[in-house]
Design a protein around this ligand. Structure first.
Ligand code: GTP
Length: 613
């Protein structure tokens, strides 16, 4: 099949608007998968995706279609459905010539439809609006069409109205793709120029790369070169997903397919999304695809085994999970209170919570996961007594690295910056007041309000990532009966008055519970910490003082009275046997405990403290 009869396309949609269901219908329609229900949501591979209904991993599939007597080779490139994977999304779009802009007929245009539209538009894709779920009683296709016209300034005259569920109208889609989406351009006689779109790990074959060939050809045995890592590889196999991996003798300009190496690429981290490959020796004359970026982890959590004897088992499981997700960073961590553990970095809050869910599911009460935190940027002034750090700018991801501010005048303290995001919230009008209130509480700065359609409104805010991670989305959903949708993108850093708050138990800091926060939140959070910690701490043989402090300044305090007196006070002094028994019992209860200074703390207290109340 010549390049003029290739079509590469993807589906731009908000979560749950039916991307996976529609993909399945298209694969059935072209005979790529058999219509018997067993292939349900073929493109949604991972379990957790199914559970959460989120496409975490992009997968692609090729299809053959005969249109007016000629065979066409179609590549449907699946894109991750959620916002933390913006980089993957843009790379997927870059490999396509066009996209179906899918809108749910009952929900209309939502926050992610809009932001994904802009990404697709920026990549120069031809967009075909498709209104889905027209079988639903609450469907309102004319409203969806009006919103598409107003928001995207697209001509909706020939818009396809479909139901991915029942199949109504779906047969019109592929002819329209062939008519409206341009064939890829590219010259197979030029040297190889290949973009890495996605990757995944296979136990036998190592890392498998999903690629789009822009120029040239690639076949087994070729020696190729990665611009991002400056490493060379020998091609082991090339092929297309049809629907499973189907080896080909060669992949040519215009095609989307997979490649793996022999010897295998071992680390998923070496497959850099957005990397360009060429034939070894051609790296001087081939221009790499522009805009390559390393993913930056922006949300961090630490995890510890409740019982150190589980360390190995949990370490292996985390290792496996990370093997399949190149965007997670993993480091060893250790805490005085909780022992040895791990520190994990994620692209964003949803990415983080999907991973947390998987860990909790597998290890339940055997794992303690700290609250998510975000990085901090510190600018140290020159000649200021900060030693080697003077005059330097550093980004830290752990509160443990936040400097002690006591003893420095304001001018000599490092300037602190927090990551911010540009957030768009779409909501029905009646909840606008509540949405604005929540964004303001989250220290948001309003950037604009747009009304679209009769009832929808989109507010735009610059918001600290700290608050986004602190379940802003959950709060928005709660305040809008689940209607609000949120989308965000990285907006850099903003100077902020940040401080490190610590929890002290009998004046000794508990390192697992320290956080970098905005000063304005200190008072309230300090109160919350001490009350909550007191609630979950077992009584001790002596009085325990629990404090929340910034440096030397104590913001909140609670005392837990001694226990011993209470246990024994009601007993008669001569009842020695019973007295000994009670004391033994107390001792036993202390077995799997950790001590902070002279205070012993049960691990479940940490777990309860750290779990959301
Ligand atoms: P993500 O993978 O999370 O991005 O979601 P998605 O956009 O792929 O949506 P998915 O295909 O999983 O569909 C979401 C829900 O809508 C599922 O429960 C589908 O069964 C349902 N659904 C999809 N298309 C239709 C349709 O045409 N009509 C009706 N009634 N339901 C549909």
């Amino acid at each position: 099949i010549p390049i003029e009869r290739y079509r590469n396309f993807c589906i731009v949609a908000h979560i749950d608007h039916g991307k996976s269901t529609l993909s399945d219908r298209l694969l059935e329609l072209t005979g790529t998968i058999v219509k018997d229900g067993t292939n349900k949501q073929f493109l949604d591979k991972l379990d957790v995706e199914r559970q959460r209904g989120i496409t975490v991993k992009a997968q692609t599939c090729s299809m053959l279609y005969n249109y007016r007597g000629e065979d066409y080779l179609l590549h449907l490139v699946d894109t991750p459905g959620h916002v933390d994977f913006r980089l993957e999304v843009t790379r997927s779009y870059a490999s396509c010539g066009g996209a179906l802009l899918l809108v749910d007929a009952s929900q209309g245009v939502q926050a992610q439809t809009v932001s994904n539209f802009y990404l697709a538009f920026a990549e120069g894709l031809s967009l075909i609006p498709v209104v889905n779920k027209i079988d639903m009683p609450s469907a309102d296709p004319p409203r969806a069409l009006r919103q598409i016209e107003q928001t995207f300034e697209l001509d909706t005259a020939g818009t396809l109205l479909v139901s991915a569920k029942t199949g109504t109208g779906v047969d019109k889609i592929i002819p329209k793709v062939i008519e409206d989406i341009p064939a890829p351009t590219g010259d197979e006689n030029k040297p190889l120029r290949m973009l890495l779109v996605d990757s995944w790990y296979d136990t036998f074959k190592g890392v498998i790369l999903l690629v789009r060939i822009f120029d040239g050809t690639i076949k087994p045995g070729d020696q190729i070169y990665s611009f991002a890592t400056q490493t060379k590889y020998t091609v082991g196999e090339v092929g297309i997903q049809y629907p499973g991996p189907t080896p080909q003798t060669v992949l040519k300009a215009g095609q989307v397919g997979y490649v793996f190496f022999n010897p295998a690429m071992k680390r998923i981290q070496d497959a850099k999304i957005g990397d360009t490959f060429t034939l070894l020796g051609k790296e001087k004359i081939v221009e790499p695809y522009p805009g390559f970026e390393e993913p930056k982890p922006m949300v961090f959590v630490s995890a510890f085994p409740t019982d150190q004897s589980d360390y190995q088992k949990i370490a292996e499981h985390i290792g496996q999970l990370v093997l399949n997700d190149r965007s997670i960073t993993l480091m060893k961590d250790s805490s005085e209170a909780l022992g040895a553990g791990w520190r994990l970095g994620f692209l964003g809050s949803l990415h983080c919570s999907v991973f947390q869910d998987r860990l909790r599911q597998e290890h339940q009460s055997n794992i303690i996961i700290t609250e998510p935190s975000v990085p901090t940027k510190l600018e140290y002034p020159e000649a200021s007594g900060h030693g080697a750090l003077s005059g330097k700018t550093v980004v830290i991801s752990s509160a443990a690295d936040f400097p002690d501010q006591d003893g420095f005048t304001r001018e000599r303290r490092p300037k602190s910056f927090e990551p911010i995001v540009f957030a768009s919230v779409a909501t029905p009008k009646e909840y606008l007041g509540r949405v604005i209130e929540l964004c303001e509480v989250a220290r948001g700065e309003q950037q604009g309000i747009e009304f679209f359609g009769a009832n929808q409104v989109m507010v735009k805010y610059i918001i600290p990532l700290f608050h986004l991670v602190d379940d802003l989305f959950g709060k928005l959903k709660g305040a809008t009966k689940g209607y609000a949708t949120l989308d965000y993108e990285d907006a850099g850093w903003r100077e902020a008055d940040l401080v490190k708050m610590q929890l002290l138990v009998n004046r000794v800091p508990v390192d697992a519970i320290s956080r970098v926060i905005h000063r304005s939140l200190a008072e309230r959070l300090g109160r919350l910490w001490v009350t909550k910690f007191r609630e979950h701490l077992d009584r001790q043989m002596f009085e325990v003082v629990i404090q929340a402090a910034i440096g030397k300044k104590v913001l909140a305090r609670e005392t837990l009275k001694a226990f011993r007196k209470d246990v024994l006070q009601k007993l008669h002094a001569s009842d020695v046997g019973r007295r000994q028994k009670l004391l033994d019992k107390q001792k036993e209860g202390r077995k799997k405990l950790q001590s902070i200074g002279n205070v012993t703390i049960d691990h479940t207290s940490f777990q309860k403290f750290l779990s959301k109340s």
